[in-house]
Design a protein around this ligand. Structure first.
Ligand SMILES: [Ca+2]
Ligand SMILES: [Ca+2]
Ligand SMILES: [Ca+2]
Length: 286
């Protein structure tokens, strides 16, 4: 068609119209491609966040605690640091999200020690932060076990930090430092962060299972039921002839010891890691 038209020659007006049409088509194509690219990056980021969340749960399953944040930039957790960057090295994850940045990360400080401390904290209800407001829910912040934040494309609110805050409307929060709370919010002109968090009940359901341990002592001496996971004797100690029950977390390693901390023969013998719902240890006369 163009060739035929070309043979007869274009008038200036025809040329102008064709140029405008080409311009509109090209412009629309570019913005469509731009939109699809943006959407793809956001979808990939959500996937990366969920991957990181799954790695956190697996780590907690194995270690009875969440990893501390990385504050030195090497991807390895820094013991005692509740807030910082995702310890991707500790979690064996790729270092950055699709925007080539490491995720922001904060945990509740009571969840970084061991299984007993973690489950006790989860059981009694978390406090001390991090807290989050979720734009899909109520305006009141609530405590969470851990939060993972991708900064998204940019510093959308132009405050010099790639993480953004929302300071108007029903749901407010600040992802630069989580003070007074973090926020999960749809993308708007001044906010483009992507957030996934780990709720306390979700984590509790994954790692905390309690069992009842019954111990009968006929050894002739006083024995202690020693928790090797926390290096503490359970209460009460058992005099000869006593029976007691203890509520402990499944997976806890237990040893029957005398008052000097020496192993005492028992059936089954200890140390032993306990699992299931109920368990009995007999300490027979030697
Ligand atoms: Ca580190
Ligand atoms: Ca941002
Ligand atoms: Ca910002």
């Amino acid at each position: 068609m163009f060739l035929i038209r070309n043979n007869r020659g274009f008038s200036l007006i025809e040329m102008a119209i064709v140029m405008v049409i080409i311009g509109v088509l090209a412009g629309g194509g570019v913005s469509l491609i731009g939109m699809l690219t943006k959407r793809k990056a956001r979808t990939e980021t959500i996937n990366y966040l969920k991957q990181a969340q799954a790695a956190l749960i697996s780590f907690a399953d194995i270690n009875g605690r969440l990893p501390w944040a990385d504050t030195s930039g090497d991807g390895a957790e820094n013991s005692g640091a509740a807030a910082g960057s995702l310890p991707y090295q500790t979690l064996k994850l790729s270092p950055t999200d699709p925007y080539k940045r490491t995720l922001g990360y904060e945990i509740n400080a009571n969840l970084g020690t061991n299984l007993t401390a973690s489950c006790n904290a989860l059981r009694s209800g978390l406090s001390g932060g991090p807290d989050v407001v979720d734009a899909d829910g109520a305006a009141a912040p609530f405590p969470i076990a851990a939060i993972l934040i991708s900064a998204g494309t940019m510093d959308a609110d132009s405050d010099g930090n790639v993480f953004d805050d929302v300071t108007t409307g029903t749901h407010q929060g600040d992802n630069t430092d989580g003070n007074p709370n973090y926020i999960r919010h749809p993308s708007v002109d001044t906010y483009d962060d992507l957030v996934v968090y780990l709720g306390e009940n979700a984590l509790y359901g994954e790692i905390c299972e309690y069992l009842t341990l019954a111990v009968k002592n006929d050894s002739g001496v006083t024995v202690n039921v020693h928790n090797l996971t926390t290096s503490a004797d359970l209460s009460p100690a058992l005099n000869n002839g006593d029976t007691a029950t203890y509520t402990i977390i499944s997976g806890t390693r237990i040893e029957i010891q005398d008052s000097a901390g020496n192993n005492v023969a028992s059936e089954p013998s200890t140390p032993i890691a306990l699992a299931g719902h109920g368990f009995t240890i007999n300490v027979p006369s030697p």
